[in-house]
Design a protein around this ligand. Structure first.
Ligand code: GRF
Length: 199
């Protein structure tokens, strides 16, 4: 796989995928990282590791479509065939997704379809669920609605804060994201309706 990473923040999922590639657990190459946030630590983390990383400023385009066209152009120039959202905090439009059909992946810090959108860990805590977790899914036009590839469960404890729960979930995120991508690399993912079948 030739991966293009989209990240808005810290970049710990990017790092986990980078390590998986480096250690030969994931048959892929990270070609480029793009961020919609100038100060995203993910940009620095990528550059420190010799990966080209660019800030694409959403405000310098008249609309989301033009902004996403520019991202598509860069991803294409780097030969990217799979787009990995790693803490990318925007919805992607139809035209962008059409460029990479069923080849845009996301990780969400909850057991979908529960707790979509922002602050999923806080939502889970406030709801009072006993278990939460994370989900790797294929991206469609909705918010955290696409076909589910892998999930991992964590317990929620009485004493948990958003921070402690988020950390417990994050450790699992770092384990399942590269595994889901490796399944794709091995050609083992099939879509039946909206279900992802692993063969
Ligand atoms: C993670 O919790 C991920 O599930 C969510 O955004 C966060 C990104 O963290 N989509 P990082 O930038 O990968 O450290």
């Amino acid at each position: 796989l030739k991966l293009g990473i989209l990240a808005s923040g810290r970049g710990s999922n990017f790092l986990a995928i980078y390590e998986a590639v480096k250690e030969g657990r994931l048959d892929a190459e990270i070609k480029v990282l793009l961020s919609d946030k100038k100060e995203a630590p993910a940009l620095l983390k990528a550059r420190e590791r010799g990966i080209d990383a660019f800030f694409v400023d959403p405000l310098s385009y008249p609309c989301r479509e033009k902004f996403e066209e520019e991202m598509t152009r860069i991803l294409r120039a780097y030969g990217v065939d799979v787009v990995v959202l790693a803490g990318y905090m925007r919805l992607l439009g139809r035209d962008f997704l059409k460029e990479f059909p069923l080849r845009v992946f996301n990780i969400h810090p909850a057991l979908l379809p529960s707790f979509t959108g922002l602050d999923a860990q806080k939502q889970a805590l406030e709801y009072g669920v006993r278990y939460s977790g994370c989900t790797v899914h294929i991206v469609d036009e909705g918010m955290d609605t696409g076909p589910i590839v892998l999930q991992e469960v964590v317990p929620v404890y009485q004493e948990d804060t958003v921070e402690t729960l988020s950390l417990r979930i994050l450790e699992k995120e770092h384990q399942i994201y590269w595994q889901a991508l490796q399944l794709l690399a091995e050609g083992r993912l099939y879509l039946e309706g909206r279900r992802v079948i692993i063969r």
